[in-house]
Design a protein around this ligand. Structure first.
Ligand code: KG4
Ligand code: ZN
Length: 357
């Protein structure tokens, strides 16, 4: 079976073709993957502007799908997988409407896919099936979720952020340092040139249960807004000490030290929770997916801890760590094999839960 994947949940218009291999341990093969990024459009505004995003998806989608099909040798596809949610509803609607129309015109089934199931499937697409049970961290601009995976395609939420997602914290800290959008890649690059022990930003400790999810007992939750506030306080103090204006940029060596110290806390927080959960649940493998999995500190730290503990760590290549449609096509294949196609009247859902599906 060959699936065309389409992804338009945020600021990337993406299409890809993925096929089944028939090999149980390595079930999917990518034939093409095309991503048109809108970063340049949103940079000017310091973040993703939903209306601009939806309009740009409309402009780009035909060309992106045509290129993905051409790159795959213009093979006939047997189904279309498309991101149903979560994401920006206007953006989701562009991909979903396009996918529905094409599925109807070509008389092929439509498979609505959860965006985070896609991120998790990027691990399998590249490395093959993860030894289960596994603990998987999905860490992106909108989510910081920890999942317990006992069988392929079933994800139980163990913890999540109570405020900012890790990627969101990167983007907000970059903004307050005057580094532009998106913040993750810039902070990552500058962190490599700074001293990560220079500023003792605190790690947030969560002990009490979350009122919104008492069953989780809050033990495996995350919180990054306190860290962001600490960075803001530090920057404000330094501006005063240096006699700079309220919105002035700090000297470059100081910015590098702030980036390195901030990144150390984020990476340690994520890895502490992840490896602690893996030990507690006796997991056979660990996965990290989503845009922040592109982070060099997180990648190096995860591999180092995995080697030390003797547990395999799955992280996508840089190309598949941020939003793409190959992961959506692969997750669509898994969903189709487990439960068949979806209906053509499915709706885009801005906040769609993964564990219920
Ligand atoms: O998964 P993704 O492409 O889109 C969402 O589903 O949110 O993730 C985007 C997020 C942004 O917040 C971006 O700043 C962050 O991933 N990101 C990074 C890096 N590359 C992207 N964060 C830290 N380090 C990076 N190298
Ligand atoms: Zn994403």
């Amino acid at each position: 079976m060959i699936v065309l994947g389409i992804e338009t949940s945020c600021d990337e218009t993406a299409a890809a073709v993925v096929e089944e291999t028939g090999v149980p341990d390595r079930p999917w093969r990518m034939r093409s993957s095309v991503v048109a990024s809108q970063v340049e459009i949103h940079r000017e505004w310091g973040g993703v502007v939903p209306e601009l995003s939806a309009r740009q998806h409309i402009r780009d989608i035909c060309g992106v799908v045509e290129k993905a099909l051409a790159d795959a040798g213009n093979v006939a596809f047997d189904a279309i997988a498309v991101t149903q949610g979560p994401g920006l509803v206007g953006s989701l609607l562009v991909g979903l409407s396009f996918a529905k129309s094409l599925a109807w015109a070509r008389s092929v089934p439509l498979i609505p896919v959860h965006h985070l199931a896609g991120h998790i499937e990027s691990l399998v697409l590249e490395r093959g099936e993860m030894p289960l049970p596994a603990i998987v961290l999905v860490v992106s601009g909108g989510h910081t979720n920890l999942y317990w995976v006992t069988e392929p395609g079933r994800y139980q939420l163990l913890g999540r952020t109570r405020d900012d997602a890790a990627g969101e914290a990167y983007d907000k800290v970059a903004k307050l340092l005057g580094l532009g959008y998106p913040g993750g890649p810039v902070i990552d690059r500058l962190a490599a040139t700074g001293d990560h022990r220079s500023i003792p930003f605190p790690k947030t400790r969560l002990t009490h249960a979350d009122r919104n999810a008492p069953h989780l007992e809050g033990r495996r939750d995350f919180s990054f807004s306190g860290l962001k506030t600490s960075v803001l306080r530090h920057v404000t103090e330094r501006r005063t000490q240096l006699g700079l204006a309220n919105d002035a940029r700090l000297p470059d060596p100081e910015i590098a030290n702030i980036c390195a110290s901030f990144q150390r806390v984020v990476v340690e927080t994520l890895l502490d929770r992840l490896f602690d959960a893996a030990r507690w649940y006796d997991a056979r493998s660990i996965g990290i997916a989503g845009g922040v999995s592109a982070n060099s500190g997180l990648r190096a730290g995860a591999i180092e801890r995995g080697d030390r503990r003797g547990i395999p760590v799955f992280i996508p290549s840089l190309a598949l760590s941020t939003d793409n449609a190959a992961m959506i096509a692969a997750a669509g294949l898994r969903k189709f094999r487990a439960g068949g196609p979806g209906a053509l009247d499915v709706n885009a859902e801005a906040s769609l839960a993964l564990e219920a599906r």
